[in-house]
Design a protein around this ligand. Structure first.
Ligand code: SF4
Ligand code: SF4
Length: 65
C-alpha cells in the first residue's frame, strides 16, 4: 500500500501553487483535489528521497517545521 503523508500541516499553510510538485526530482508529489476542488500536494513516501527541495521552494514554507 502506498504510504502517503501531507506536505503541509494545515490547509491554511498551502496556497496550492504546486511549486513543490513541479520541483520534486522523484515525482513523489501528487496534487490532489479536496472536496471543494482545491488541489493540495501529497507526498508518496515510497518515492521521496528527503532532498527537501519542496520545502525550500514553498512560498509559505510551512512544510516540516
Ligand atoms: S523531499 Fe525531495 S523527493 Fe521528497 S517530496 Fe520533497 S522534493 Fe520530492
Ligand atoms: S509549494 Fe507550498 S504552498 Fe505551494 S503547493 Fe506546495 S506546499 Fe502548497
Amino acid at each position: 500500500m502506498t504510504n502517503r503523508i501531507d506536505i503541509f500541516k494545515r490547509k491554511e499553510d498551502c496556497c496550492g501553487c504546486s511549486a513543490c510538485y513541479a520541483i520534486c526530482p522523484k515525482g513523489a508529489i501528487t496534487m490532489l483535489a479536496d472536496e471543494e476542488g482545491f488541489e493540495y500536494p501529497i507526498i508518496d513516501t515510497n518515492l521521496c528521497i528527503g532532498c527537501r527541495k519542496c520545502i525550500n521552494v514553498c512560498p509559505i514554507r510551512s512544510i516540516c517545521k
